[in-house]
Design a protein around this ligand. Sequence first.
Ligand SMILES: Cc1cc2nc3c(=O)[nH]c(=O)nc-3n(C[C@H](O)[C@H](O)[C@H](O)COP(=O)(O)O)c2cc1C
Length: 216
Amino acid sequence: MNVTCISSSNILHQKEGTSYRICKMISDSLRSVNADIDLSIIELKNYDLSPCIGCGKCYETKRCSIDDNFNNIYNKLVDSDIVFIVSPHYAPIPAKLCMLLEKMEQITFLHWGKDNAYKSEMFGKIAGIISHGGGAKWALKSYKLMVNDTIANALDTIQIKVVPYNEDWKTGISLPVKNIIISDNNIFPIQEYDFNYLYSEIQNYIEKVIEFYNNY
Ligand SMILES: Cc1cc2nc3c(=O)[nH]c(=O)nc-3n(C[C@H](O)[C@H](O)[C@H](O)COP(=O)(O)O)c2cc1C
């Protein structure tokens, strides 16, 4: 099973951001249930991406004529059975994730607009969405609205099915910060996490994703 995990963080001042650490937890959790998984983590911060300019050239090629970094990521997603998107709340989602979703949407939408029976190259794939931000549990419902639901809406156009967590959380899960420390020596707030809690939430969601995949 090929799994690709996208870390949507674009922050350079920390070596391993929260999104990347969540991707590693997804990898550990998946390997604990199935050792036969080929998992790659794509860190968007390492890619220069550009926004869709609506030139329409992708209608013929199904690839972007000006952005090979996008094409490389897209090829990797096309080869995946399951995609995880791990996204922090920025404003509301990181710009590079937005550029990735814009281009995948455009490639699919131009064909679907002419033929509603069109199946995209991503048709039949499933996705898990995990959001987080600078807030504790109180903030999670707003991350769902602004991050999970926004990503799920784009994935729907691209014809990827998002795995629900439960009746209230139909577009994935969201993970909280435990404490925030403001210090005089650092311009950025320091976010502390309960990593055992995060891992158990991730494991619960991974079980649903695998069950969904097996029955899909
Ligand atoms: C440009 C930018 C905007 C942000 N806006 C918000 C926000 O509106 N609400 C929030 O809770 N956190 C916000 N944050 C904090 C990040 O969501 C938080 O630090 C997160 O853990 C970063 O994840 P990462 O390490 O994977 O990049 C923002 C961070 C950045 C860089």
